[in-house]
Design a protein around this ligand. Structure first.
Ligand code: FES
Ligand code: FES
Length: 190
């Protein structure tokens, strides 16, 4: 097979500046403006540009959900979105949940129901759960599990996570926790 010579792609400094795009968005209630490369993923904008490292990168291939944040109230895997697409949006990350030293009711429910373990998947689980609560999703066991299908936990079961989300949904919406909800301390399988 003939050898095809590699042509180096040279980006001159003035080209780099021209390639940058200015974006402005609200992150955890604070307006943020920055120059970003058009190819920069939202997760790296949050972690590296803004220093919000609670949003994790588990796979970079949109499989694990560790990078889940809320964009305009809806849960989004931030490794599947470009930072430039976040221009003009309102973003919420795990850092924005607790206020005045008080855990958000969903974080409190995770604590009470032993729904967290390694801390790697947990921010994504919490944000995905909050997305479900925000959208008024059905809180049956099955529906919550379906809603979390894009979030992987490899070290524990999912039952306590489901229970915590149901419990917080009940408190935030003023509803009863579904009868099928598990109990604190129960380590169920997926
Ligand atoms: S890092 Fe985004 S889904 Fe895994
Ligand atoms: S508690 Fe983090 S991967 Fe399961």
């Amino acid at each position: 097979m003939p050898c095809v010579p590699q042509i180096p792609y040279i980006v001159r400094p003035e080209m780099e500046v021209a390639l940058l795009r200015r974006i402005a968005c609200t992150v955890n209630g604070v307006r943020r403006e920055a120059e970003v490369e058009p190819r920069q993923l939202l997760v790296y904008f949050l972690r590296e540009t803004l220093g919000l490292t609670g949003t994790n990168v588990g796979c970079d291939t949109s499989s694990c959900g560790a990078c889940t944040v809320l964009v305009d109230g809806k849960s989004v895997k931030s490794c599947t979105m470009l930072a430039v697409q976040a221009d003009g949006t309102e973003i919420q990350t795990i850092e924005g949940l607790a206020t005045d030293g008080q855990l958000h009711p969903l974080q409190e429910a995770f604590r009470q129901h032993h729904a967290l373990q390694c801390g790697y998947c947990t921010p994504g689980m919490v944000m995905a759960g909050l997305g479900l609560i925000n959208e008024g999703a059905d809180m049956s066991d099955e529906a919550v599990r379906l809603g979390l299908e894009g979030n992987l936990c490899r070290c524990t079961g999912y039952q306590n996570i489901v229970t915590a989300i149901q419990d917080a949904a009940g408190k935030l919406r003023g509803e009863q926790v579904p009868a099928g909800a598990g109990t604190a301390g129960t380590q169920g399988g997926s």
